[in-house]
Design a binder for this molecule. Sequence first.
Ligand code: BGC
Length: 728
Amino acid sequence: MERDKKCENLIEELLTKLTLEDKIGMIHGAGLFRTESVDRLGIPVLYMSDGPMGVRAEFANDEWRNIGTTDDFVSYLPCNSAIASTWNKEIAKESGRVLGEEARGRGKDVILAPGINIKRSPLCGRNFEYMSEDPKLIEELVVPMVQGIQENDVAACVKHFAANSQETERLWVDTKVDERTLREIYLPGFLAAVEKGGIFSLMGAYNLLNGEHCCANQWLLDEVLRKEWKYDGTVISDWGAVHDTKKAAECSLDVEMDVTYTFDQHFMATPLLKKVRSGEIPESLVDEKVRNILRMMYRLHMIGEGKETRKRGAYNTKEHQETVLSAARESVILLKNEEHILPLAESGIKKVAVIGQNAAKIHSNGGGSAEIKALYEISPLMGVKKLLGGNTKVCFAPGYVVPGETEQSAVNWQADSTKHLEEEKEAGAQRKESLTEEEKNRLEEEKRQTYRAQALQLAQECDQVIFVGGLTHEDDVEGKDRSGMKLPYGQDELIQALLEVRPDTVIVLYAGSPVEMPWEKSARAIIWSYYAGMEGGTAIAEVLYGRVNPSAKLAETFIRNLEQCPAHTIGTFGKKDVVEYKEGIMVGYRYYDSENTDVLFPFGHGLSYTNFEYRNMKVQAAETADGKKRYEVSLTVCNTGVRDGKEVVQIYVAPKAPSVKRPVHELKAFAKIECPAGEEKQVRFLLEEEDFSYFSEADKAFVADHGAYEIQAAASSRDIRLMAEVMV
Ligand code: BGC
């Protein structure tokens, strides 16, 4: 990133005036989400906040206690998995704008987002916070998202650097990854955020990478990030990711944050102060950290001449809610639609059954650090009711039991005020507490059977049946990985039973990571939505009833079961001490397509209510002024159906005779186009030489083999519509 001379001069001037104590105050947490100011020199506190789906609630300075004010409700954005499913760079930018503007509106300087770790296994608890299994898709979306955030004088903080794709023992697990795999798969998103996105801050991950903690990893932070990528922004540790004063001082980490409240005892607080005073650690190392922080502050207009013009942000605006709705609409994926049972008819419908707990569940308040206090959240049930109006009876049945969840009380203050009800309630609670495990299980089983019977009965009485199940933040959560890919709470059995009594049941799954779908063959229509923000339920209803033509595509492969996943069968996952990424570059479709695995739904898959045909593909080679070869790929996409729609055209490059092991093909470009019914659109892509290359460990560089490559224009990684061959 370009350096500003005035900024560098100001930094040097401030450094002459800052005492060692001042500087130490700036490089470690002085509160759970802030550093210390130096008021006499006009250096403000740096305020940070999570996270990827909206600005997190206000916490006490020195206690993990949500202070419970009423002024920290915010817009709840679709999670990154949902944004990635839109394959829409403009949406990534607009979502970033909302996040940045709200963060600034709430007085924050750094928003701890976006999360861009690679989805290596469906089991990672934080997959919902991440975008994809594919580095190219991440690269293309992270750049506009970062730019959108930073337009608001707020720093994005891309996380977690690097190879942080599991939650199990996340503070201590050593992640073993070879360099080629890091360069091709795990680092490109971060590189794009730095080089193209101009990101101001970056979060060092908890885990160890090849034997050294990421926040003390000289190869990662000094060699790659600072020297090679020339990053001069701020590196912030994940909360509690620093373990050693000397190592933290010596490597390119600038701010130590922690989950504990003993701020003075952080490794980069008093312990560092003492070591600098004793001469064990040179003060120049501290200065370098302060430089990086001040540079970020200058870029955010927190210090220097631009101070007066710093943007002030805004939150909970109507525009934000509209942006969030547009993003949600494009994130809902139509996985299957046999016999065109979708979209459902809106008129002439008397009774609709909506079955399943996720139809009525609020998700925004869960997930770990990504939790937020949403101003509102439209559930799928409300979405359907809102859309159909009062002349259609929409009946809800929970369908399955979520153990431990308290039933909604049937009493209100009026009923409560009658003494006998109070007493009965109390006696009921006492009876429940004294139950043995066995009795509890029996009661739960009874409840399960009742719920199921109710649901099946309802399904037979209604004109339309919509099941909304999936996962919740009980499973998609920070700090733990899932134990398997099965849907919890007996949902598979319920879905199967529903499909038996009503084969036209529409299955909607609302979740953060893929699940097994053993009933898939019996289902005619399947809709998938990630946690899609405060308007998620509106978007689902609009897709169900055809007010929105779905246009999202999978940003990750949906496999049938875990036994198909190379992270588990070739490498290791979820281990406590060491995880080995032995599958190397063969992550996601790179592996499944190379091995021809019989997956459930491939990467890039997603249906529309219209049809698109791909025609007239051409590839032309051209030379740029600097002598580099470029390939221009063009094709025509025709909307041959009767509805307007959007299509994601994907370009994969397949080496014909690679000199090293390579995936059968890799995504190198994509575009989302809007095409009215009966019309056609020209699409153009430019492929550069690097789009043909792989990382050669011997050359320590990306190199491209000479020879033939196939360029594929595809509607998913398994639906290649056109191809052309080029010689490189
Ligand atoms: C998470 C980060 C988060 C931080 C602050 C950590 O536990 O890994 O993603 O930003 O906490 O809440």
